[in-house]
Design a protein around this ligand. Structure first.
Ligand code: ADP
Ligand code: MG
Length: 240
């Protein structure tokens, strides 16, 4: 049996909410409005995953699939420095790929699995997991096919998490809830429907707080108590 590794988010409050950090062997999903910190958390995890285990890292490499073109290697530099790591060495251990269609995204996963069989990876990021599906299947009547392809992709992610003992961090968008009436105070929900709800083990809802503050709420997790954590987005990444 493979043992779970927990990777620090950079914020002690957020780590505590998560029971120690984001876990290998499963999928952690973060969804939330624009600028809620999903991509900044991804950047921080790119670095913290490379920390030794005794520093709450994963002592492993990172694979980053970017569907929105929002990865910034220059953001890695101050985050690495904040953790006392060499920025160039950290960058060398991030395998980055930009995906342009959902099929491309899927094929990249196949290639990454081959790489993970040879080198010690501890984190796979897909930011965002759903954006290309929403573009590629935007027509009427395409929802069933989209959901089927999305399920295929997510099942591949689960397999990678379990086979290589990596943490999978995916980001998701919020959409207006078509069932939300005028009496529902927050008519937003994560995209991807039941397929995504089923695949993600831990679902985190991020929102903006005051200034640089962000709030993370456990939306769904089988063995974590409900709760919230407040953290900051800084030049050095996510912190308390
Ligand atoms: P999302 O992916 O959820 O849309 P991001 O993770 O891109 O959101 O978060 C964007 C926010 O992160 C910005 O609004 C800004 O507040 C913060 N941010 C980005 N870069 C920096 C930085 N270098 N220093 C401080 N805050 C930053
Ligand atoms: Mg983003």
């Amino acid at each position: 049996l493979k043992s779970v590794v927990r990777i620090t988010t950079g914020s002690q409050a957020l780590d505590e909410l998560l029971g120690g950090g984001i876990e290998t062997l499963c999928i952690t999903e973060a969804f939330g409005e624009f600028r809620s910190g999903k991509t900044q958390l991804a950047h921080t995890l790119c670095v913290s995953t490379q920390l030794p285990i005794h520093m709450h890292g994963g002592n492993g490499k990172v694979a980053y699939i970017d569907t929105e073109g929002t990865f910034r290697p220059e953001r890695i530099v101050p985050i690495a420095e904040r953790f006392g790591m060499d920025a160039n060495a950290v960058l060398d251990n991030i395998i980055y790929a930009r995906a342009y269609t959902y099929e491309h995204q899927y094929n990249l996963l196949l290639g990454l699995a081959a790489k993970m069989a040879e080198e010690p990876f501890k984190l796979l990021i897909v930011d965002s997991v759903i954006a290309l599906f929403r573009v590629d299947f935007s027509g009427r009547g395409e929802l069933a096919e989209r959901q089927q392809k999305l399920a295929q992709m997510l099942s591949r992610l689960t397999k990678i998490a379990e086979e290589f003992n990596v943490a999978v961090y995916i980001t998701n968008q919020v959409i207006a809830d078509p069932g939300g009436g005028m009496f529902i105070t927050d008519p937003k929900k994560p995209a991807g429907g039941h397929v995504l709800a089923h695949a993600a083990t831990i679902r985190l809802m991020l929102r903006k707080g005051k200034g640089e503050q962000r709030v993370c709420k456990i939306f769904d997790a089988p063995n974590l108590p409900e709760g919230e954590a407040v953290f900051q987005v800084t030049s050095g990444g996510i912190m308390d």
